[in-house]
Ligand binder design. Structure first.
Ligand code: ADP
Length: 241
């Protein structure tokens, strides 16, 4: 599903978190929002999700204006950096939650929930761990549960906010490869926030580089690295090398 962001601005108090940002995401694309801390990446992701609302501008899903719709009405899957799993629930219950918030028309019946949870556990390679609690899992496993819960919603868009930020380098690398493969199999439109340029290059079809609430450059990942369009992009990519 394609996303259009049209002239979106967002202010917190006197601080302009986003200044007149416009962007198109093609259906099935894997897009990375890259930039230093405080550049507005999370704010833009949350505005796409409906977790935050723009002061000005619009968000369109497949040509339809969803700017005033809630996160639930927008039907998106969101994965946070710190898992945000329900600690008192088993892995299976966490995933079942995603199934239960689906619109009534696509919600599995009570009897089908277990089978759907098992399919999702297989998809994220956590077979046999459905009875565990989040605290009994590693960070990488927890983030795969969070992803399974997001996918259980059958989202139109998958939005990930630094999902591997809390994990160590080796697990990050494994999960990146795995997420990209999963994306290629499912073809779901994905927007991924990161401040790690290597991660953006490895994962994304296109990269959006942000600074101070504005987009500095958008392009194919390799092209952005090969030909930074502004001094900011040049410095940002150069300095983090
Ligand atoms: P990034 O994801 O690129 O690190 P953010 O979008 O999280 O940037 O934040 C951009 C700026 O907006 C930050 O300086 C942050 O302090 C500010 N900000 C974000 N959310 C809020 C909020 N709810 N209230 C006040 N300020 C906020």
């Amino acid at each position: 599903m394609g996303i259009e962001i049209q002239s979106v601005s967002k202010r917190f108090g006197t601080f302009d978190a986003l200044r007149d940002v416009s962007l198109s995401v093609a259906g099935g694309e894997f897009l990375a929002l890259l930039g230093p801390s405080g550049s507005g990446k999370t704010t833009l992701l949350r505005i796409i999700a409906g977790l935050e609302f723009a002061d000005r501008g619009s968000v369109l899903f497949e040509g339809e204006d969803v700017s005033d719709r809630s996160v639930r009405q927008r039907h998106v899957g969101f994965v946070f950096q710190h898992y945000a799993l329900f600690k008192h629930m088993t892995v299976s219950r966490n995933i079942a939650f995603g199934l239960e918030v689906r619109p009534r028309s696509t919600r599995p019946s009570r009897g089908d929930i277990e089978g759907s949870v098992d399919r999702l556990l297989r998809l994220v390679q956590l077979e046999g761990l459905g009875g565990r609690y989040p605290t009994q899992l590693s960070g990488g496993q927890r983030q795969r549960v969070a992803l399974a819960r997001a996918l259980a919603i059958e989202p139109r868009v998958l939005l990930l906010d630094e999902p591997f930020g809390a994990l160590d380098a080796k697990v990050r690398k494994e999960l990146r490869r795995w997420l990209r493969k999963l994306h290629d199999e499912m073809g779901i439109t994905t927007v991924f926030v990161t401040h790690d340029q290597e991660e953006a290059l490895e994962l994304a079809d296109r990269v959006v580089v942000m600074s101070k609430g504005k987009i500095e450059q958008v392009g194919q990942a390799q092209a952005v690295y090969d030909a930074p369009a502004t001094p900011f992009v040049y410095d940002f990519l150069g300095n983090t090398n």
